[in-house]
Write a new protein. Structure first.
Length: 536
């Protein structure tokens, strides 16, 4: 067994090492152990701990049906012991869904050390200059934020934000640029109140000019923007259906992106993909490559638009996702040339990104390579206690930008401080069908979510493949922590041979290292201690 990505340390610590399993006990592959055969490498990703390994016991996981198959534990099998310790195998009969709920609850409590919100989503308007064919806001009254709501919003932020932090404002709509005057005023008032802030925005980009881009950077303190494209010019205009727009909306968006990039604002282009425009996206990528060939602060990623309920039978999902995989590979190469080797679009809010870390050894202040996973503590803004409620232009509060009666939780004039925790049901696993899902740990546990996913298993598997694909190309491995002669020794950047030999006696990563060495020093240390190594 070779670790390609180390686990989430807090999750590993809470799960422990599955002690108490004896020879002959029946164990089963964890329902969260997902087998992925990528580029000829047999990898198993634990969607709970976020650890990813190569293992010679791959077949057990490939043939696993939500943890239903069982085997007899053999303590003489070093690799099996390691996989048990790392929670890839668990004892037969364990309720993994209940276990996940308890661990997540503890991890969430541990992460909330300070009170107050660090971010707010604000809709300065619900009006928009486009009528996208897939817009879920159809039927919502078009309103602009009044001066009274603006002032009440500033006072609400002043009262509820986490003191001593720079808050994050997320401008949404409608089209936020239609509500430009309201955003200007909110930023002006926050500066008067000496509240530090930065902002991001989701926009169609059609109203961004050179002058506005400068203001967005300097006054709104904008750091990144998400802009959606649906195809090349003809397809884009047909799907966006702009109202009373002078000139080409598509060219206006492209020019707006250039102006934002000149100001140093990160632009993430989201390609909204459906079956009828998927092939068109390949031609769009060609255009974007030429248009932004010299730009660095730009990323492109795809997003498969959710079908309306009842539309599933209209499409062959396998064929669709196979084509989407081809598009995603092109986007990975596009991003790689601009943003680094992993080919991920920066700030990809839809994808699950595994981040590469350069860890620092506290004893020697020396940097070494590391790669760690992280369990999502919160699925979205709705269940994240650090994210304030969504503030609508009429002053109504929602806990999600998908506005409907289900997500409404109050009014800025009537309810004072809104505690989202009182409105979010915290009971885990309300939907029985989700209990045995391999992707429960990266999906929502909030049963009131208004989004209906057409094929969550397939969607999640696609995201996970993207997130671990880069691991197949890495030349280095994460460090290994060994228990030798009573000491925790961290071996940085081990070779594959060393990792295979010593993985079975690896101490779980949440134990603090007392000494950091390279592989040569580790071998000398092991020899000096007469090969004494302890299983934990």
């Amino acid at each position: 067994m070779i670790t390609l990505q180390r686990p989430d340390l807090k999750v590993s610590a809470l799960l422990g090492e599955n002690k108490g399993i004896k020879d002959g006990d029946y164990i089963k592959p964890s329902q969260y152990a997902v087998a992925l055969n990528i580029a000829g490498k047999q990898m198993v990703l634990n969607t709970f701990t976020r650890q990813c390994v190569e293992t010679s016991l791959f077949e057990y996981f490939r043939n696993n049906d939500t943890g239903s198959s069982t085997i007899s534990f053999d303590s003489s099998n070093k690799e099996m012991v390691a996989l048990v310790q790392a929670d890839y195998f668990v004892k037969k009969g364990i309720d993994e869904a209940e276990r996940y709920g308890k661990v997540l609850s503890i991890v969430r409590r541990m992460s909330m050390k300070q009170e107050g919100y660090t971010g707010y989503t604000i809709l300065p308007t619900t009006a928009c200059n486009a009528r996208c064919v897939y817009c879920y806001e159809e039927g919502i009254p078009q309103e602009n934020m009044s001066e009274d709501v603006i002032e009440q919003t500033v006072q609400y932020i002043k009262l509820t934000h986490r003191k001593g932090t720079t808050i994050r404002l997320h401008w949404f709509g409608g089209e936020p640029m239609v509500g430009e005057a309201a955003i200007d005023r909110i930023c002006e008032r926050l500066q008067e109140e000496i509240i530090e802030y930065s902002s991001s925005m989701i926009s169609n980009g059609s109203l961004i000019t050179a002058e506005r881009a400068k203001k967005l950077k300097e006054v709104w303190r904008l750091t990144n923007v998400q802009i959606t494209l649906d195809g090349r010019e003809d397809v884009y205009c047909e799907r966006k259906r702009y109202i009373n727009f002078s000139g080409s909306p598509y060219r206006a968006v492209i020019n707006g992106i250039h102006e934002l990039l000149k100001q140093g604002v990160q632009v993430n282009i989201r390609l909204n993909v459906e079956e009828d425009n998927l092939q068109e996206m390949h031609s769009l990528v060609d255009e974007l490559k030429e248009e932004f060939s010299n730009e660095k602060k730009i990323g492109v990623y795809s997003h498969s638009i959710f079908l309306k309920e009842g539309d599933n039978e209209k499409r062959d999902d396998k064929a669709f996702y196979d084509e989407l995989d081809k598009l995603d590979e092109r986007l990975r190469l596009f991003n790689m040339k601009r943003n680094g080797k992993d080919g991920q679009a920066p700030n990809n809010i839809d994808g699950l990104i595994i981040e590469e870390e350069i860890a620092e050894d506290e004893m020697t202040k020396e940097h070494y390579y590391d790669k760690r996973g992280s369990l999502k503590r919160y699925y979205c803004m709705a269940d994240n206690p650090s994210s304030g409620p969504v503030i609508m232009p009429n002053g109504e509060f929602y806990f999600c930008e998908h506005v409907n009666e289900t997500t409404r939780i109050g009014n800025i004039f009537e309810d004072g401080i809104v505690d989202k925790a009182l409105h979010i049901k915290k009971e885990h696993l309300k939907d029985e069908k989700c209990k045995n899902c391999s992707f429960l740990t990266i999906c929502t546990d909030y049963s009131g979510c208004p989004i209906k996913n057409r094929d969550c298993m397939r969607e999640m598997l696609t995201l996970e493949r993207r997130s671990v694909e880069m691991l197949t190309e890495e030349k280095k491995l994460p460090p290994i922590l060994l228990r030798i002669d009573g000491k925790n020794i961290l071996v940085k950047e081990p070779t594959r041979a060393f990792a295979e030999e010593h993985q079975g006696i690896t101490v779980p990563g949440y134990y603090k290292a007392e000494q950091t060495v390279d592989e040569k020093e580790a071998m000398q240390y092991i020899a000096a201690c007469h090969g004494l190594q302890e299983r934990m």
